[in-house]
Design a protein around this ligand. Structure first.
Ligand code: NDP
Length: 446
């Protein structure tokens, strides 16, 4: 790390205690910045890096609500409005018991650079709550969402801050959140949330976009090496939104997907994952992955301990949560001949594991670039809402494919320019950083 960056990192540790995920995300970006800061002293003088690391605004609030038994529950809500130099704050809401300020900050920080890479005029933000929707009735989820939005609404707006889904926040939650926003504000403001239902302002392909985009990015990385996805064995972790649609696109491109997982364990299916059955279990019944294995018959087995990374594969798509793929898992994948790893989830690969892949010459797609298809399609949804002109599935899918190709080209060109060809981590960090830094410099000291 460059000397100034090392000092800044020390300062970040001192001023943001107890936030290891944020420290990890900041360190990863700071480690890349040396070549840019050497090339552009004006950024050092304007203290752009220090300013980017500090959120523009952080909101923490109480969310009181009543469960089905009439008991009062109290959760904590967060929204970190990180950087709006390129456009309104944009980034999802996560509902999971592990959510705290450090996790929301890491996600918001990553989001700044990811959104910049899309080239679509969106700033970075993230939010959520330590509310756990698992095991809650629809009525409880609705009351929680209404209570959450009752406070959050005053900070949102289609030109201000535009949340979407993330872990624990899918179509059902977005519906309840939008309904409450509309009720409080008496405005039908479609562009205030993305991931809406198709009948009321949502965009085709938004549901599929993160998973589809990650697989398209993987295909681009393979293409740069003279290969494609056809016939490749793929391991996917998770069985939520990103995992399901990664599986769908990988199958469409002729790959064979062997695994999926959730926090209870993983499934390996020798015949390849049956996506219809998995969607029925996870999306319709909201059941666990062991139910998939039970119904699938002898080709599938549920493994309660262990990880999908133990299964030999050509391509690995971590699509569940942060730090789910560590150095030991990376060494196992490399020993088993993995060629490409691409992050559907945010920061699923530990820094040590990233180094293992890079040293082994594995094509590694960082989440900032590889999973940007979701937020890019959210920006298309905002455009559709602003123009009041619904878009068709094929049109959005074609735009998404073009955006993912462009992101790949941008990252590859940036890596090449800064002397590390094939290093998509550095390429993504520096290309995203430069776009945000240029806008901040032009807009003065704010
Ligand atoms: P979902 O809630 O739909 O699915 C999350 C999946 O990951 C579930 O299978 C869940 O299992 C598993 N999971 C979550 N936390 C853990 C954990 N601590 N340990 C093991 N498994 C876990 O979320 P998404 O698919 O939307 O998000 C997945 C990842 O992708 C996240 O990192 C998110 O930030 C990232 N992402 C999502 C985007 C989107 O458009 N949705 C956009 C860009 C990135 P269980 O049900 O057992 O908890």
């Amino acid at each position: 790390m460059a000397t100034g960056a090392e000092q800044l990192y020390e300062e970040i540790l001192r001023r943001n205690p107890g936030e290891p995920e944020f420290h990890q995300a900041a360190r990863e970006v700071l480690e890349s910045l040396g070549p840019v800061l050497a090339e552009r002293p004006e950024l050092v003088e304007a203290r752009i890096v220090e300013r980017i690391c500090e959120p523009e605004r952080q909101i923490i609030f109480r969310v009181p609500w009543q469960d089905d038994a009439g008991r009062v529950q109290v959760n904590r809500g967060f929204r970190v409005e990180y950087n709006s130099a390129l456009g309104p704050y944009k980034g999802g809401l996560r509902f999971h018991p592990s959510v705290n300020l450090g996790i929301v900050k890491f996600l918001g920080f990553e989001q700044i650079f990811k959104n910049a890479l899309t080239g679509l005029g969106i700033g970075g933000g993230k939010g959520g709550s330590d509310f756990d929707p698992r095991g809650r009735s629809d009525a409880e989820v609705m009351r929680f969402c209404q209570a959450f939005m009752t406070e959050l609404h005053r900070h949102l707006g289609e030109h201000t801050d535009v949340p979407a889904g993330d872990i624990g926040v899918g179509g059902r939650e977005i519906g309840y959140l939008f309904g409450q926003y509309r009720r409080i504000t008496n405005r039908w403001e479609g562009g205030v949330l993305t991931g809406k239902g198709l009948g009321w302002g949502g965009s085709p392909v938004r549901t599929e976009a993160t998973g589809y985009g990650n697989v398209l990015f993987t295909a681009e990385m393979l293409r740069a090496r003279g290969e494609d996805l056809h016939g490749q064995q793929v391991v996917v972790s998770g069985s939520g939104n990103v995992a399901l649609y990664s599986i769908e696109k990988a199958l469409a491109l002729g790959a064979n997907v062997l695994t999926c997982s959730d926090s209870s364990g993983y499934v390996v299916d020798e015949k390849g994952i049956d996506l219809d059955l998995l969607k029925q279990v996870k999306e319709v019944e909201r059941a666990r992955v062991d139910v998939y294995a039970e119904r699938r018959g002898s080709s599938a087995r549920f493994v309660a301990d262990g990880q999908v990374w133990d299964v030999p594969a050509d391509v690995a798509l971590p699509s569940a949560t942060q730090n789910e793929l560590d150095a030991d898992a990376a060494l196992t994948l490399v020993r088993n001949g993995v060629k490409a790893v691409s992050e559907g989830a945010n920061m699923p690969t530990t820094p040590e594991a990233v180094r293992v892949f890079q040293e082994a010459g594995v094509a590694f797609g960082p989440g900032k670039a590889a999973n940007a298809g979701g937020v890019a399609t959210s920006a298309l949804e905002m455009r559709q809402n602003a123009g009041r002109e619904p878009l068709g599935f094929a049109q959005v899918e074609a735009e998404l494919a073009g955006i993912m190709r462009d992101i790949h080209t941008t990252c590859a060109a940036s890596a090449e320019h800064y002397g590390c060809p094939g290093d998509y981590v550095t390429g993504a960090n520096l290309a995203g950083f430069n776009r945000v830094a240029d806008a901040m410099l032009a807009q003065g000291l704010i």
